[in-house]
Write a protein that binds this ligand. Structure first.
Ligand code: GLU
Length: 485
């Protein structure tokens, strides 16, 4: 059997992290099996579907590296086929028109609740006479199309994640609505549970891999496949993503869309790697891999049944591993938007000679891309505010002279490499007869305006290339001297 899977997002919001994770599992399975991964946009809900959400979904999937082999297919362009299939069900007598008003359905539900029964449609319009139908239509009522569900049926499937699953027909809520707003002589608007079956069959989907929240739809869909004489695919219901307190990850957790994670400074490679670990584990507990590498190891028997807890520390760790390994020429364009947004006037092309060493220097300290802002601020403006600690350092004994000696040394030295900086430090330390530690701490205070920050020698090279070191040192001498007066 050739494997064909799909991700079928509804464009009623930006690409959701749960949808993206489902896409990851579909993608991995398709690649693992040498199959195809399809993209279908489920935009039948015309009021809530928006083109900008579709765009966001396509961009998000591409950004994460999950290119699809076929599609995108748009359900809104396939309405005629769904309508024909509804008509076929009506013709076969597997479906019928039901005319209850919302109020009547509400009353039915309330009575059931009063009797302590589970709410369900009682199938009362299954056998309306032509006269009854005429009366309803003359009243101007719009029908829904209901598909007959046999209460006595037991529906079973062998879920690739959850194992044997079985549902009773009587627990499916009565005859199901497959289309609504059906005016006289029309089949109305086909609904999700119906169109998904028509599409999955039409697109020859072999495995339906989707979130556990769809488990309750599967028995209904299996009955529809059967009624339409279509082959029932395999099903895999993947565990939900839970927040730290064990509830379904939702808007209340502040981050829901892939865009949110992107803005927080996660890389596509890091995020997609972390998503593979949300509910799945590799046989040898390997945790870092590209999608291609994970695909070689992916099987459903290693997907958990239990919900997958979202672990921010783990995501940070995975992301940091990618950032630490990223070559500077690839990392630089990823950092630029954060530096720009922080208002640093760095020019990716014109400033390359110092931006590249800056990028290489900050890379091992990054957990999220936006951490570059804090590290970059040392290099953003010619002068900096000196922190109290830095001032205190500069006011130490012998520091003013030592810093003045560095200013002098700079007049005939270029600091183009870390070794140049080390040479100046050694010469001045010796000539001034100061301790190396004092020299290093004072230089840090002078050049960086603070006692903490990135590597001093590498920073100096960058500051020198920017032409900032001389003036910072001169300012430091001023501060040091003001104290010694
Ligand atoms: N449009 C559905 C969703 O976004 C797809 C469900 C399915 O995969 O069948 O949840």
């Amino acid at each position: 059997m050739s494997v064909r899977v799909r991700i079928a997002p509804s464009p009623t919001g930006n690409l959701h992290i749960g949808t993206a994770r489902t896409a990851v599992f579909n993608w991995l399975f398709a690649r693992a099996q040498g199959g195809k991964f399809l993209l279908r946009i489920e935009d039948t809900d015309l009021e809530r579907s928006k083109p900008e959400f579709t765009e966001n979904i396509l961009d998000g999937l591409k950004w994460l590296g999950m290119e699809w082999d076929e599609g995108p297919f748009y359900q809104s362009q396939r309405m005629e086929m769904y309508r024909e299939k509804i008509q076929e069900l009506l013709d076969k007598g597997s479906a019928y028109r039901a005319y209850e008003t919302p109020d009547e359905l509400n009353e039915m539900r309330q009575k059931q609740q009063a009797r302590k029964e589970a709410p369900r449609y009682n199938n009362q319009h299954r056998k309306l006479t032509d006269e009854q139908i005429e009366v309803f239509e003359a009243e101007g009522r719009q029908a829904v199309i209901r598909f007959k569900i046999d209460d006595e049926r037991e529906i079973k499937w062998n879920d690739l994640v959850r194992g044997h699953v079985s549902w009773k027909g009587q627990d499916l809520g009565g005859d199901m609505v497959v289309a609504r707003a059906a005016s006289k002589g029309d089949v109305g608007q086909p609904l999700y549970n119906f169109v998904v079956v028509v599409d999955d069959a039409d697109m020859a989907i072999s495995h339906v891999i989707r979130g556990e929240d769809h488990v309750g739809n599967t028995p209904k869909q299996i009955l529809l496949y059967e009624a339409m004489g279509m082959k029932v695919p395999e099903f895999a219901h993947t565990p939900l993503i839970l927040n730290e307190s064990g509830a379904k990850l939702s808007k209340r957790d502040g981050v829901t869309s892939v865009d949110d994670f992107k803005q927080m400074g996660f890389t596509a490679a890091g995020l997609v790697n972390y998503m593979t670990l949300l509910g799945w584990s590799a046989p040898d507990a390997q945790e870092l891999f590209t999608l291609e590498e994970a695909a070689k190891l992916f099987t459903f028997d290693r997907v958990n049944k239990a919900g997958a807890k979202f672990d921010w520390d783990k995501l940070d760790w995975v992301n940091s591993q990618y950032l630490h390994e990223q070559p500077a020429d690839e990392l630089l364009p990823m950092l630029m938007p954060y530096w720009n947004e922080a208002g640093y006037s760095f020019d990716e092309t014109a400033d390359k000679d110092w931006l590249m060493p800056l990028t290489a220097m900050v890379a091992p300290s990054l957990t999220r891309l936006k951490d570059c802002v804090e590290l970059g601020h040392f290099f953003a403006t010619p002068t900096l505010e000196f922190s109290d600690k830095a001032k205190e350092q500069l006011r130490g004994e012998g520091v003013a002279d030592a810093m003045q000696a560095v200013v002098e040394a700079l007049k005939d030295s270029q600091i183009n490499e870390p070794d140049d900086a080390k040479g100046v430090i050694n010469r001045v330390t010796k000539a001034q007869g100061v301790k190396k530690g004092l020299m290093m701490r004072s230089l840090r205070a002078a050049l960086m305006g603070d006692m903490q920050g990135p590597d001093l020698v590498e920073s100096w090279v960058i500051l020198h290339k920017r032409g900032f070191d001389q003036q910072r040192l001169e300012k430091a001498v001023e501060i040091a001297k003001a104290q010694s007066l």
